[in-house]
Ligand binder design. Structure first.
Ligand code: HEC
Ligand code: HEC
Ligand code: HEC
Length: 276
């Protein structure tokens, strides 16, 4: 019986997230800015989340060990941080139920496992509710710098363009290359193809605006990417490019586009949508 209760306690404490059939992205309140770069590098809000989560684990481990004194210590830590956090973002005040944190401290103080389970579940629900509404948007918005502010010089038209506009030009020359290759218009394919190669090469210049580690660049726009582009340049410059071979190279170049999009596109698009 004791074993079963402990198992239930484990379940409630670890399984605080609720499953859902849709994810809504609400724009987080501006007051959250204070706890994230560039305003603060300390991530105070996130740091409290880790403290509370660790405290939950502290309660669980110690209740399981029968060490009620230490469990009480963690319950008090949890309450303290919960109250502190509830004052950090005024717009989110109503997500917090301070009485439920107090309730958990009392339950642990009573050394009654059933009460602890009940109190944990109730408090955990307030965490889960806010997470469901806000966690994803905060992750996407506050953990990535803005691509909006990054500009790239277009090597074809010699203009500074914002990332999104640059991508459009890059993709346009890529699609023009495909169209003319399929139509068998070699000269036009050559022109748009060489524009594409130049623009694709230039992509690398943007990475260092955020990354200081060359490794991040290398895995996506490194030697293999450059090799495919150079080979494409050769084929296109030679006139009458071999269609199949160019398409094969485009596939490998496209892998780099896709990889970078997998990492960077979703946060960039969300930030843009929120005008952040
Ligand atoms: C930094 C890594 C990165 C690389 C490499 C990259 N992209 Fe992008 N791409 C982005 C980001 C970020 C956006 C979203 C920009 C925005 O909307 O602000 C984007 C958006 C796009 C868009 C949508 C543009 C729009 O706003 O409608 C297209 C099309 C595109 N990229 C094509 C490509 C192609 C083709 C390649 C490869 C030759 C490529 N990208 C390589 C990061 C990258
Ligand atoms: C008012 C809203 C709100 C409440 C209440 C809340 N959280 Fe969070 N929590 C967030 C947001 C927003 C994030 C995402 C923060 C980020 O990624 O920077 C988060 C993230 C987390 C994370 C993940 C941290 C990571 O590194 O990704 C944990 C764990 C967590 N919260 C625990 C808790 C616990 C435990 C409680 C309740 C005792 C709680 N939270 C209550 C808003 C809330
Ligand atoms: C606007 C800023 C910005 C730009 C521009 C940018 N990145 Fe990133 N990139 C990030 C952030 C933020 C992360 C998440 C990891 C982190 O927090 O350090 C990341 C993660 C990555 C990762 C996975 C983790 C790592 O650090 O290796 C790769 C790979 C990567 N970027 C490649 C690129 C490439 C290639 C380019 C240029 C074509 C590029 N990035 C341009 C900000 C940027």
């Amino acid at each position: 019986m004791k074993f079963k209760r402990v198992a239930v306690l484990l379940l409630f404490i670890t399984g605080v997230s609720l499953s859902t059939d849709r994810i809504v992205l609400k724009k987080p309140p501006r007051s959250l800015d204070r706890y994230y770069p560039p305003v603060s590098k300390k991530f105070e809000f996130l740091s409290n989340m880790h403290t509370m989560s660790t405290a939950f684990t502290g309660i669980r481990l110690n209740v399981n060990d029968g060490n009620w004194e230490k469990a009480l210590f963690w319950a008090k830590e949890l309450k303290k941080t919960y109250l502190k956090t509830s004052r950090m973002v005024p717009e989110w005040k109503d997500y917090f139920k301070p009485s439920l944190a107090e309730n958990l401290v009392k339950a642990v103080g009573s050394r009654n496992v059933d009460r602890v389970i009940d109190a944990t579940k109730k408090l955990g629900k307030t965490c889960a509710k806010c997470h469901q509404d806000n966690q994803m948007a905060v992750k996407l918005l506050y953990h990535f710098p803005s691509f909006e502010k990054v500009s790239i010089e277009d090597p074809v038209e010699f203009m500074e363009l914002k990332t999104g506009d640059y991508m459009k030009k890059l993709a346009d020359s890529l699609k023009a290359l495909k169209v003319y290759l399929i139509q068998g218009e070699s000269e036009k394919a050559q022109e748009s193809g060489l524009n594409f190669v130049e623009r694709a090469r230039q992509l690398r210049s943007m990475c260092s605006k955020c990354h200081t580690n060359k490794l991040s660049e290398e895995v996506i726009v490194g030697k293999d990417f450059e090799k495919s582009l150079s080979r494409m340049e050769e084929l296109l410059s030679a006139g009458k490019p071999k269609k199949d071979e160019v398409f094969k190279l485009l596939n490998s170049v496209g892998m780099s586009c896709a990889k970078c999009h997998n990492v960077h596109l979703v946060p960039a698009v969300v930030r843009e949508a929120f005008g952040k």
